[in-house]
Write a protein that binds this ligand. Structure first.
Ligand code: NAD
Ligand code: IPM
Ligand code: MN
Length: 366
């Protein structure tokens, strides 16, 4: 950690942005679990709530006020987000400012998305068990198709032209590829696979090819391989056990992590971290705001809870992080889940049980 590392500040201030739809439902439960962990391990966490959401934007016209991003950057150790997306804002303007704004402006170039099957019964693939689905995706998070560069010509006419550019930089590709290899090395994983579409994207994805294999040369003990992203999707369904670490560009990472979430039981159980090592990071479930489930008690809070585990780990609270993850795994195995995972509990009942398990320390195996 560097001298300016915001994670070193005490107390560690965490910005809480529940967002829209089920983002609010799952955040409430994730906070119960986080507070139970903070209590049990006497963690120096201070939660600060922010109202930025579709409602707030429609009421005030403000997505994120001036100076807010700088405050997150300079005065917070981490940011937790529920989800963004509201049918009343079809262009996702507020989400572009808040969610993508945080990823881009804070330069959180690693979107770390673990894909782990906690119980074989949840896997939609026949004959696969827990050991067959256990990989992580390193999604590039600050460039690619998400840069918003493009435009329309003759918009709304039959002659309309739309241009949407992808940007890939040498620096951007190199740092995410390196992050994937570094993580593999630190976690005893022997393989890193890069997915692109370099057979068609002869400029941008060719850069990925060259940089990936160049960086791979520095990590002799780790096998480096490549698949085109279409083949990767097929192989993720056919033989997910072959994957340990996958690194890919922003949009492909978005797509393959929804597929990965399906392999572990669904979007409700997938968590993620948006990281720039040594800086304030942002944590959020992989799923969206699922408006039809908002406020119904059907949303599974486990993806959000697993995101708090990733956050605790990043903030240096490894024991608490492991206990939170273990509580989720135990609840899944016990069938104490929402309906998407085959259980009959509500969102808040799952949150209550996970919080109790963490508080009791049962989840830590004691
Ligand atoms: P979604 O992830 O919100 O939901 C898709 C489906 O997955 C749901 O209908 C539901 O069946 C299931 N699902 C998702 N989360 C669940 C949970 N916690 N528990 C149980 N089931 C769950 O994706 P969508 O419907 O394509 O998008 C809805 C809105 O969310 C859109 O506005 C979209 O842009 C946005 N979105 C936001 C994020 C984010 O904030 N990071 C991510 C994805 C989508
Ligand atoms: C995700 C989401 C976002 C993305 C959307 C809501 C902008 O799908 O976090 O996976 O595409 O990154
Ligand atoms: Mn997505």
């Amino acid at each position: 950690m560097s001298a300016t590392d915001p994670r070193l500040h005490r107390p560690q201030r965490i910005a809480i942005l529940p967002g829209d739809g089920i983002g609010r439902d799952v955040t409430a439960e994730a906070l119960k679990v986080l507070e139970a962990a903070a209590e049990r391990w006497s963690l120096p966490l201070e939660l600060v709530h922010f109202p930025y959401s579709a409602d707030h934007y429609l009421e005030t016209g403000i997505s994120l006020p001036p100076g807010q991003m700088e405050e997150f950057r300079d005065r917070f150790a981490a940011i937790f987000i529920g989800a963004y997306g509201d049918p009343r804002i079809p262009d996702m303007r507020h989400a572009a400012d808040i969610l993508l704004g945080i990823r881009f402006q804070l330069d959180l170039y690693v979107n770390f998305r673990p894909c782990k099957l906690y119980d074989a019964r949840l896997c939609p693939l026949a004959g696969k068990s827990e050991k067959d689905v256990d990989f992580v995706v390193f999604r590039e998070n600050t460039e690619g198709a998400y840069v918003g560069i493009g435009g329309n010509f003759k918009k709304g006419t039959p002659d309309e032209v739309a241009v949407q550019e992808e940007i890939h930089t040498r620096k951007g590709v190199e740092r995410i590829v390196r992050a994937a290899f570094e993580w593999a090395q630190a976690h005893g994983r022997g393989k890193v696979l890069m997915a692109d579409k370099s057979n068609v994207m002869r400029y941008g994805h060719d850069l990925w090819q060259r940089v990936f294999f160049e960086v791979a040369g520095e990590y002799g003990g780790i096998a480096a391989s490549h698949m085109y992203v279409d083949a990767l999707c097929m192989q993720m369904v056919k033989a997910p056990e072959q994957f340990e670490v996958i690194v890919t560009n922003n949009m492909f990472g978005d797509i393959v992590t929804d597929l990965g979430a399906a392999l572990q039981g669904g979007l409700g159980v997938a968590g993620s971290a948006n990281v720039h090592p040594g800086r304030v990071s942002m944590f959020e479930p992989v799923h969206g705001s699922a408006p039809k489930y908002a406020g119904t008690g059907r949303a599974n809070p486990m993806g959000a809870v697993l995101s708090t585990a990733l956050m605790l780990d990043e903030l240096g609270h490894g024991e608490a992080a492991s206990a939170v993850e273990a509580a989720v795994a135990m609840a899944i195995r016990a069938g104490e889940t929402t309906r998407d995972l085959g259980g009959s509990l509500s969102t808040s009942e799952v949150g209550d049980r996970l919080a109790r398990a963490v508080a009791a320390g049962a989840a830590a195996g004691r």
